[in-house]
Design a protein. Structure first.
Length: 430
């Protein structure tokens, strides 16, 4: 069974959408295994642009698309996203879409708590999307979550509501907010339940049945990036789930060894949305130029992304942590026309050289990048579909990245269009 796992190997927003869309068209199933609707994928297919933040990208091509149990699900957002895609001509039915019945739900009280905390945090603000993802994961771990399967048993919800309200009412009181309106919450859940339950199923079983039926190509679609992983990212400026490839097992129910070829998506420079350390950030005209040429605005938040030079030290670290087999290098075309291009090859911390990003947030904020300079290239990489189409200096830049991150390039993306890709190694062929 040739499976592929796609993860972001930076801070997210690496251009996973195009890569996942291309792979999804050749897969038998696409599975989301972590995160929520706090990360977005933009797919450009012909003259149509699709913006997804919860649905697996395979849904656009009609590929079986499944939301695994590792995802936290906002049922109201799900209904809106389905309606938007259907208005664009995408067919979404129980035949091509399923939701794990043990997915925890994101409730309105989670969004409330998320925003109350961020507002009150002052200098400790993390920069969340305000969509309730963190509080929903807290309730999952705290064993007080309401899950998809519970929508079919809302008349028996009292014990779970007792646990939920005992926790949240105390927190809400601290923000001078009234207790949870239990009757309204149940009424809201009863109203939304039919929209979710028609897709609910034991996703682990459906995947196991696919596996038993014979060789299948299963694509696992990650959200965010490894540097936002709750354990391995730039904590506390991270998301609330594990974004590394190892989460495929627990977040889908397929077990260890199911990840297959791990494809790390890597932008040819570096961007970040929200707060937190960013060693190679450029707050000058070069950073501005990268942002403008790369159209660097968040798919979900529309926030302007911070931009900087490629950080090989970070990507080498994320590739090692997530067991990346090969990288898909995106947005090489944004670097067209730069006279000089820099790559971060290491850091200085308190006067000492180091070759990794330390775990401590204060130390992360103090590291200074060590740069290697390369000449830019004349000509353009836009639309290149073979090495012969690339300027020689662009090839040199790509090869240097491979050396520094200690991981081979599997593909190079040269525009948002699906076919503008140089394929070096087919992940599904392994």
């Amino acid at each position: 069974m040739a499976n592929v796992t796609v993860i972001g190997a930076q801070w997210g927003d690496e251009g996973k959408g195009k890569i996942v869309d291309w792979l999804a068209s050749r897969a038998d199933a696409v599975v989301r295994f972590q995160g929520g609707h706090n990360a977005g994928h933009t797919l450009v297919v012909g003259n149509t642009t699709y913006k997804l933040s919860l649905l697996p990208s395979g849904i656009v091509t009609g590929t079986l698309s499944l939301i695994g149990n590792g995802v936290v699900l906002d049922p109201w957002h799900l209904r809106e996203e389905i309606a938007k895609l259907e208005s664009q001509g995408v067919s979404i039915t129980p035949d091509n879409f399923g939701i794990a019945d043990n997915c925890p739900l994101i409730l309105p009280i989670h969004r409330d708590l998320d925003n109350l905390r961020e507002t009150a945090a002052g200098k400790g603000k993390i920069g969340t999307t305000g969509r309730g993802i963190g509080p929903a994961y807290e309730d999952k771990v705290g064993r007080r979550a309401i899950r998809v399967c519970d929508l079919a048993h809302l008349d028996e919800l009292e014990p779970q509501l007792d646990r939920l309200c005992a926790h949240h009412d105390a927190l809400r009181a601290g923000f001078n907010e009234p207790p949870i309106d239990r009757a309204r919450l149940v009424a809201d859940l009863k109203e939304i339940a039919p929209s979710v339950l028609k897709y609910a199923q034991p996703v682990w079983k459906r995947l196991n049945d696919l596996k038993k039926a014979g060789p299948q190509r299963i694509l696992f679609e990650g959200a965010q990036g490894v540097l936002l992983d709750v354990d391995h990212g730039t904590y506390p400026f991270v998301t609330s789930s594990n974004t590394v490839s190892g989460t495929v097992a627990s977040g889908s129910g397929m077990g260890p060894g199911s990840a297959g070829f791990v494809l790390g998506i890597v932008k040819a420079y570096t961007t970040r949305v929200g707060s937190g350390p960013f060693p190679t950030e450029l707050e000058d005209e070069i950073g501005q130029k990268l942002g403008e040429r790369g159209h660097e605005f968040g798919t979900v938040t529309s926030r302007k992304r911070r931009c900087g030079w490629f950080d090989a030290t970070l990507v080498r670290q994320t590739c090692a942590i997530s067991g990346v087999t090969g990288i898909a290098l995106t947005k090489i075309d944004v670097l067209d026309g730069f006279e000089t291009i820099k790559i971060c090859t290491g850091y200085m911390l308190d006067g000492e050289p180091i070759d990794y990003l330390p775990a401590n947030a204060q130390e992360q904020a103090r590291v200074e990048p060590i740069y290697e300079e390369m000449d830019g290239w004349d000509g353009t990489t836009v639309g290149a579909r073979s090495w012969a189409d690339l300027p020689a200096q662009a090839i040199k830049y790509i090869r240097r990245i491979e050396e520094l991150i200690e991981c081979p390039v599997a593909s190079v993306s040269t525009s948002p269009e699906r076919d503008d890709t140089i394929l070096v190694r087919d992940p599904f062929a392994d």
